[in-house]
Each structure stands twice: as structure tokens, then as C-alpha cells.
Design a protein around this ligand. Structure first.
Ligand SMILES: *[C@@H]1O[C@H](CO)[C@@H](O)[C@H](O)[C@H]1NC(C)=O
Ligand SMILES: *[C@@H]1O[C@H](CO)[C@@H](O)[C@H](O)[C@H]1NC(C)=O
Ligand SMILES: *[C@@H]1O[C@H](CO)[C@@H](O)[C@H](O)[C@H]1NC(C)=O
Ligand SMILES: *[C@@H]1O[C@H](CO)[C@@H](O)[C@H](O)[C@H]1NC(C)=O
Ligand SMILES: *[C@@H]1O[C@H](CO)[C@@H](O)[C@H](O)[C@H]1NC(C)=O
Ligand SMILES: *[C@@H]1O[C@H](CO)[C@@H](O)[C@H](O)[C@H]1NC(C)=O
Length: 426
């Protein structure tokens, strides 16, 4: 039985506002750094020993779109490439085939007329992405649990995965269940569970309420990850993200607990990057201590870029993504709102996990998504705030240039996930 849809929980509810405000704050953070980061190598094996046949099965291999040369694929950087207009094979599903789709992401339903953003395929420079096959994915994930953990961008990607799957099993039983911070989608015939868990800062924070998390000052609780982690303890695949909630100069770190007002409770103002590293460190230690190395695959999705400053791509100052219908073609385009230093920290802890024998990888989606100024909901979504007359008549004011329409860019992020899980030869 499907549970009745309810408003999309989380930051989604107020984003138009939140990020206008946020970006004023971020205006102070202006240092732009060159990306000089080592190519991420793909040497992960498949999800567990039971499914190694997925990797070595030549038939499957042949079914994969044009992956004629394994060696090329295994050493290929999937994330370096270009967008190609391809209205034959994209979108991978129709918006109306996704009954569970959330109104914040349903751009077509909310009046977007130009649908070109649905038709772009990502073409890696030195290989092809395997074609996404939801049934194959479900077969390989049979009796397994995937948990996306993070903020509303991660939920955007989770929703994309749910739509990718749902559109392939339209007549098969599935359920969607909400329980606090956890949303569980199940494809019953396969006993596959695809979950989302709201933890925008990974650690415990005062933004952990899945619906009510607008706070004047963000506070994270030092080293406190266990309360969240017990919700994804048993997952076979973990897909993390955490970025946009950190975008301010400093954060308050709490030593002690949120609940008890004991006397040794102390707050400390910590510079953002340092606080971010504290969180990643606790995240690393938890995984290092708890992950079953022969079972669980760990992914971290790099920062999702926003398109709130049209002057960055040569449009009038003050504009956002509202009138955009084409990707940015300027190779290497990078917004000052994407912080390479944060991503380098993520990479550092992913590498530490790998060196501890945990199968961990970064999904490096930042650069390729930077090009997609055309693919945000902008005005074409449900907003939960009561809009003033001025906001209603000023499209550039009330515009979501942070999340992504579905079908759209996050489908490609999930294609990477699929490729990394099942199509990387050892
Ligand atoms: C691809 O890899 C499989 C198994 O690793 C091997 O049997 C096959 O010959 C390879 N194909 C090519 C074209 O290299
Ligand atoms: C991510 O991919 C881009 C484009 O290929 C590359 O320039 C960058 O170095 C990569 N970053 C990381 C952390 O792997
Ligand atoms: C696909 O795009 C091409 C070029 O824009 C156009 O001529 C063609 O009609 C489109 N096909 C479909 C099915 O939309
Ligand atoms: C169904 O999947 C869950 C993981 O999500 C697993 O723990 C459970 O054992 C599976 N049930 C059966 C009958 O295999
Ligand atoms: C909701 O989750 C809690 C644990 O977080 C669990 O104890 C409870 O049984 C769950 N409720 C339902 C209806 O699944
Ligand atoms: C780790 O996972 C493997 C594969 O699912 C399982 O056989 C093994 O019992 C697990 N080990 C522990 C300690 O849970």
C-alpha cells in the first residue's frame, strides 16, 4: 500500500528564501581555488562476493552500451566529459510515470514549457556510461538496502532513483513509508529498500528535524554521529552528501548534549572548514569501526552546484537561473559557490577509508553539474511559503536554482552510482 504523499520534508520547503539569504552570507566567502586534485581511480569491486558475477559476466558486459574495452572503462574518469543533446534516449523516464515524485521537483507539472533540460546525456571523454537498467539494478540489489544520507540535494538524488525504479515496475507492488527522518521506498518483489535519511550535517545538529529546521544559528554536536548512524547500520550501499548547510564562515560546535542542560555543556565558534573536517573525521571513524568490508559500499556525492549568480555566466547581475534553457558551454566553468577545499577534505577521508579496506568512492558530480544552469526548478515547483505580491511578480527573486528538476541531472548522478556499483571491472 502506498502511503499518501505529503509535503516534501526538509530544506525543500523554503529554499527559494533560504538560499537567497544564504548566498548573501556566502558572499563573504570568496576565495576561489584551482582544482588540482588527483584523478580518482576506480578500483572498487562489486557490491559483495555474491554479485561478482555481475562484473565478470560477459553477457551482461555485452549488453552494456558500447563498453567494448574493459581496460579503457576501468581507467576512465567517468566525470570528465561533456553534455550531449540526445532526445532519443533521454529522459530515462517520464515525470508522470513517477507517482511518488515530489512537487518541489516536478517542473513540468508546475508549468515549465521548455523541456530541453530533460534531453541531455553525459558523455565521458574516454568511455561510455553503461545504460541505466532499473530491472538489472533491482536484481543485483535483491534483499539489499540502499540508504542515501544527507540533505535535500541528496534527497533529490534519492527521489530520482525512486523514479528511475518506479517507472520500470509500474505494475509491481511498492511502498513508501515515512518515519521521522527516514523515508523508505520498497520494491516488494525484489525486497529492495531504497531509503533516504535526513542528516544535513552528518553529525547531530539543531537542523535535524526533517520538517522544521530553519534556525538562526546552526549548531553541530561534536563527535555525535551514533544517533543517526544506527538508522543505516545495516545498509549494503550508503550514499552520503553534506555541503550546502555548511556554507557560512563559522559554526557553533556543542560539546555536551542537546537534551540535557548539564553544566559541562560548552559551545565553541569554529571556522567552517575546521568544523567540516570534524564532521568528516567522526563520519570516517564510525564507518571504519562499523562497516562490514565485504558487504557495504560507501559513496560520497561531491557538492551540488547552485546557479544563483547569473553574472558568473555573463548575464545581468541580480539574475539567477530563471530564463535559462541551455547548459553552459564554457569548458571548466566553475562557480565561486563551489568550494574545492571542502571537496578535497571529502577526498582525503574517502582515501583514508579505502586504505582501511572500506570500499569507498566519491561521486564527483560538481564540475559536470556546474554546466547545467538550465536544469533547476526556478519558479516551476511548489513553494511552501506564502509569497508576497512582490515575490510573485519578480521571478528572479523567488527562484530555486539549487535543487534539480526531475527527470534531469540527478538521474545522471544515479547512472554513475549504477556504473560504479556494477560495471567496474576489478
Ligand atoms: C573484459 O573483461 C572480461 C573479464 O574480466 C574478459 O573476459 C574480457 O575478455 C574483457 N573484454 C575485453 C574486450 O577486454
Ligand atoms: C572531479 O572531476 C573534475 C572533472 O573531471 C576534475 O577536474 C576534478 O579534479 C575532480 N575532483 C576530484 C576531487 O576528484
Ligand atoms: C530531437 O531534436 C531534434 C533537434 O533539435 C529535433 O529536430 C527533433 O524533432 C527532436 N525529436 C524529438 C522526438 O523530439
Ligand atoms: C529483505 O531485505 C532486507 C534488507 O533490506 C534483509 O535484511 C532481509 O533479510 C531480506 N528478506 C529476505 C526474506 O531475504
Ligand atoms: C520508526 O522508527 C523508530 C526508530 O527510529 C522505530 O522504533 C519505530 O518502530 C518506527 N515506526 C514505524 C511505524 O516503523
Ligand atoms: C559481513 O558481510 C558478509 C556478506 O554479507 C557476511 O557473510 C558476514 O557474515 C558479515 N560479517 C559480519 C561480521 O557481520
Amino acid at each position: 500500500m502506498k502511503e499518501k504523499k505529503r509535503p516534501f520534508i526538509g530544506a525543500g520547503s523554503n529554499l527559494g528564501w533560504k538560499f537567497n539569504f544564504l548566498h548573501l552570507q556566502i558572499a563573504f566567502i570568496v576565495t576561489m581555488f584551482l582544482l588540482v586534485i588527483a584523478l580518482y581511480s576506480f578500483k572498487e569491486s562489486s557490491i559483495n562476493s555474491n554479485s561478482t558475477e555481475a562484473v565478470h559476466d560477459d553477457q551482461k558486459e555485452a549488453a552494456v552500451n558500447k563498453i567494448s574495452d574493459n581496460s579503457t572503462f576501468s581507467s576512465c574518469n567517468l566525470f570528465s566529459g561533456k553534455w550531449v543533446f540526445d532526445n532519443k534516449s533521454y529522459p530515462l523516464y517520464k515525470g508522470r510515470q513517477c507517482s511518488l515524485m515530489n512537487d518541489e521537483l516536478a517542473c513540468e507539472k508546475y508549468g515549465r514549457k521548455n523541456l530541453n533540460y530533460q534531453h541531455w546525456r553525459w558523455q565521458p571523454n574516454h568511455c561510455d556510461l553503461p545504460r541505466f537498467d532499473a530491472i538489472d539494478l533491482l536484481e543485483k540489489l535483491r534483499n539489499k538496502r540502499v540508504v542515501y544520507v544527507g540533505d535535500s540535494l541528496n534527497r533529490n538524488q534519492w527521489m530520482s532513483m525512486v523514479c528511475l525504479i518506479e517507472s520500470s515496475i509500474l505494475d509491481k507492488p511498492k511502498t513508501l513509508h515515512y518515519n521521522g527522518s527516514l523515508i523508505t521506498f520498497k520494491a516488494l518483489e525484489y525486497n529492495v529498500s531504497i531509503d533516504f535519511y535526513w542528516a544535513p550535517m552528518l553529525l547531530e545538529s539543531n537542523c535535524d528535524d526533517p520538517t522544521n529546521h530553519r534556525v538562526s544559528e546552526r549548531i553541530i554536536r561534536a563527535k555525535a554521529i551514533e544517533k543517526h548512524a544506527r538508522n543505516w547500520n545495516d545498509a549494503d550501499v550508503l550514499v552520503f552528501n553534506s555541503y550546502i548547510w555548511w556554507r557560512q564562515l563559522k559554526l557553533k560546535v556543542l560539546w555536551g548534549s542537546f537534551e540535557s542542560a548539564d553544566s559541562d555543556r560548552a559551545y565553541e565558534d569554529v571556522e567552517m572548514l575546521k568544523a567540516y573536517e570534524m564532521a568528516l573525521k567522526s563520519w570516517f571513524h564510525w564507518l571504519d569501526n562499523h562497516v562490514n568490508r565485504s558487504k557495504t559500499r560507501v559513496f560520497f556525492v561531491s557538492s551540488s552546484p547552485t546557479h544563483n549568480r547569473a553574472e558568473e555566466w555573463g548575464k545581468p547581475k541580480g539574475h539567477k537561473c530563471f530564463y535559462e534553457t541551455d547548459p553552459i558551454s564554457d569548458e571548466g566553468y566553475w562557480s565561486m559557490d563551489s568550494d574545492p577545499k571542502m571537496m578535497r577534505l571529502v577526498e582525503k577521508y574517502i582515501n583514508k577509508l579505502s586504505s582501511q579496506g572500506v570500499k569507498a568512492q566519491m561521486l564527483n558530480i560538481t564540475q559536470l553539474s556546474e554546466y547545467r544552469k538550465d536544469a533547476h526548478p526556478s519558479m516551476h515547483r511548489k513553494f511552501w511559503d506564502q509569497l508576497t505580491e512582490e515575490q510573485l511578480t519578480t521571478p528572479n527573486y523567488h527562484t530555486d536554482c539549487t535543487h534539480w528538476c526531475l527527470p534531469g541531472v540527478p538521474d545522471v548522478w544515479n547512472e554513475f552510482l549504477y556504473a560504479c556499483l556494477f560495471h567496474q571491472p576489478n
